[in-house]
Design a protein around this ligand. Sequence first.
Ligand code: MG
Length: 205
Amino acid sequence: MARPLIISDCDGVLLEFCDPFIGYLAQVHGLTLKLETFALAGNIRHADGTAVAPEAFPALLDGFFNTHMATQTPVAHAGTALARLAEYCDVVVLTNIADHHAVMRTSELARVGMPYRVIGNNGPKGEPIRVLLDEYGPSHAVFIDDLPPHHTSAKKRVPHVHRLHMVAEAPLRHLIPAAADADARIDCWAEALTHIETLLKGPAT
Ligand SMILES: [Mg+2]
């Protein structure tokens, strides 16, 4: 019998990203990141206040994942909510991260109680979600992500998948407005679990 499929982002949904990344920038590079707007690349500064060129951002992010991924702590209630869902759902983590980092991410998530399949992606998520639907043939599918463009991409490619916009990191909540292309905005996993379980009791998608 077909099972429901939960497709979740990782950074900012399952694992805290901002505080650990800010810590890495300060400790390793002597840089600061103040989240005054949701533009990570444009808000990183040297000690003298000058902005770090946006071109330097990918290398900083890569360095963070190389050496500091283990500093990312779980988002509150994410582990228990997913464990509950995993009793009767398939769970896949779809994360925009390079393939070699996805291997480490798999073990890091397992280490903190989220032992799920991890797929490293690059770019919009609509198409990889479509591929997962082909593979699993689920009864219902729910997609959870903190970034609005991924909901837009999912709506275009797989409009029947329920799209839950979750900004789990408190410092980002007021910087990221509700995604227009998501079906719901819920920033807390305890509430999201209730929402998802209600959906899963409804008609198959
Ligand atoms: Mg994210």
